[in-house]
Design a protein around this ligand. Structure first.
Ligand code: AMP
Length: 213
């Protein structure tokens, strides 16, 4: 199974992508996570990506496309994969088409988490993540057992630098301009499965599993 999850920042795509890839036993490919990992280890890619990410901007298409192309060619992707956060522009969508052509792959379904953008600013500014394993928390809705400490790995819980209000607003406006057109792009390819936002995490997973494939 080859899936793609898209939706505005804060729609829960990362959370659903982690749950679905686990349930379906396919590789979870998150470009945001790949960039954050590169930033953590201080690689050249990380330094470059940080310049864009911390301002809430998109990393340039050529860089992002190259890391996805390399990743999709790896062995574990043969059993299937779930792309989370890629593509984010029409140019990346077309680049993915050509990567898939080379790999003789096809996407089975594009899951679109349709969350009203007015709900998003408060959701994202309250989000916290584990600085070590990336697990996601929320100041009101998903509180760790011990304050500031990750339930899963004991790592320190931090706020993502791009989750401040100003940066979230910028990310949303970039989403509307650059990423939203992909909804039509995949609708025309008859791949889109739209799931209404505002449901609980479990309900969302259930709707996807029963309605999308
Ligand atoms: P995410 O974890 O998906 O919210 O991604 C975090 C940040 O990484 C985004 O706000 C972008 O700056 C960058 N990023 C992730 N995926 C892409 C992509 N496909 N194209 C460009 N930038 C990306």
């Amino acid at each position: 199974m080859r899936l793609l999850v898209m939706g505005p920042p804060g729609s829960g795509k990362g959370t659903q992508a982690a749950i679905l890839s686990d349930k379906l036993n396919i590789a979870h490919i998150s470009t945001g996570e790949m960039f954050r990992d590169a930033i953590k280890v201080g690689s050249e890619l990380g330094e470059l990506a940080a310049r864009y990410i911390n301002k809430g901007e998109l990393v340039p298409d050529e860089i992002t496309e190259a890391i996805v192309k390399e990743r999709l060619g790896q062995e574990d992707c043969r059993k299937g994969y779930l792309l989370d956060g890629f593509p984010r522009t029409l140019t990346q969508g077309r680049a993915l088409d050509s990567i898939l052509l080379d790999l003789r792959n096809d996407i089975d379904c594009v899951i679109y988490l349709d969350v009203p953008t007015q709900d998003i600013v408060s959701r994202l500014t309250a989000r916290r993540i584990c600085g070590v394993c990336g697990a996601v928390y929320h100041l009101q809705e998903k509180i760790p057992r011990e304050e500031g400490v990750c339930d899963l790995c004991g790592g320190k819980i931090v706020q993502r630098e791009d989750d401040t209000e100003e940066t979230v607003r910028k990310r949303l406006s970039i989403y509307n301009d650059a990423t939203r057109p992909l909804v039509d792009f995949y609708q025309q390819k008859k791949l889109l499965c739209t799931i209404a936002g505002n449901l609980s995490i479990d309900e969302t997973t259930e709707r996807i599993m029963s309605g999308c494939f």
